[in-house]
Design a protein around this ligand. Structure first.
Ligand code: CDT
Length: 309
């Protein structure tokens, strides 16, 4: 068995006025709780350090830079790295990255038990829109504040396994999992901030949103025979509700651990990476069964091309 005792560490709401040090203190409390439960790996949400700021429209784009990190770790996040290092625990979390060249990404990192950043992923599938949209019940301006990730979907050898990351909306796209599946990924970790109502379809509320969330995770896990660890930022941020749904999915596609509620909290599971081997060597043995001569459209075309009338 190659077991990673993994804690999915959900964060409850972070209000606009809440400063980084207070959020980092909450993350450290979750890290300590995970340590007490014997976890060696802690996964936090997307944009873990701040409120989900893409819901706010800044006419002047630069005003939004206050939500971004210019260094990682920086003065405010160093205590989290330090505590993780003391515990010898690995972790992953998301944050808004502002590079020295002035580029903006929705980023997540993998940090090993010595506190070293071993992996970085930048969100590829950015949802939402660029300009203020009065037709929507709430704004989702990720396309305004971030550029699409430029690092692809890499995986890393870590803790005796092969790990990869994606972020929120990426989990809805089969290409995300398959890109990592083709590199033998054994655990995909991701964070999310998902509004519990569709801004363009009021009738689509929490139950349907939760269904689509789990459907995507479970399909990705099963079809690539990988663990998937998905962690919410949940609850009501300045009047805007984000759904929970933090859970761990096994390589058979079953939800094996789930966190109830929308507050800060952890759910811990022993993820045996060897459990991925059966699927990877039978029905989803890609080397034996994939037929790439028929998949050209998947990378050759973006939108739908209808057949002739
Ligand atoms: N953060 C994020 O990617 N949220 C999206 C909301 C989609 S609706 C614009 C999600 O896929 O959950």
């Amino acid at each position: 068995m190659r077991t990673i005792r993994t804690a999915a560490a959900q964060l409850g709401p972070i209000q606009k006025a809440e400063e980084r040090p207070a959020v980092v203190a909450r993350m450290i409390a979750l890290l300590d709780a995970a340590k007490r439960e014997g976890a060696t790996f802690v996964v936090y949400p997307e944009l873990a350090l701040t409120t989900f700021f893409p819901r706010w429209h800044h006419e002047d784009r630069a005003e939004a830079d206050r939500w971004f990190e210019r260094e990682m770790p920086g003065p405010e996040t160093r205590p989290l790295f330090e505590r993780a290092r003391q515990h010898g625990m690995a972790m992953s979390f998301g944050y808004a990255e502002l590079t020295p060249e002035g580029r903006h990404f929705n980023t997540s990192i993998l940090v090993d038990g010595s506190g070293a950043i071993v992996g970085k992923y930048r969100k590829v599938h950015l949802p939402g829109h660029v300009e203020f949209d009065p037709e929507r019940t709430h704004q989702h301006l990720e396309k305004r504040y971030f550029e699409p990730g430029d690092l692809g979907f890499p995986v890393w050898r870590m803790m005796g396994g092969i790990l990869g990351m994606c972020i929120c909306n990426d989990r809805r796209w089969p290409e995300t999992y398959r890109s990592m599946g083709l590199q033998g990924v054994e655990m995909v970790v991701l964070g999310f901030n998902t509004p519990s109502v569709n801004s363009q379809k009021g009738g689509e509320a929490l139950d349907k949103r939760m269904f689509h969330h789990k459907l995507s995770l479970q399909a990705g896990a099963y079809q690539n025979s990988t663990w998937v660890v998905a962690v919410a930022k949940a609850g009501t941020e300045d009047g805007h509700h984000l759904m929970g749904g933090t859970c761990i999915v096994d390589p058979d596609g079953e939800v094996v651990a789930e966190l109830a509620g929308e507050d800060d909290g952890i759910v811990v599971h022993d993820c045996d990476l060897d459990a991925t081997l059966f699927g990877k060597t039978t029905i989803f043995d890609f080397g034996r069964h994939r037929r790439i001569e028929h998949y050209g459209r998947i990378t050759g075309q973006v939108g739908v091309e209808l057949p002739p009338e």
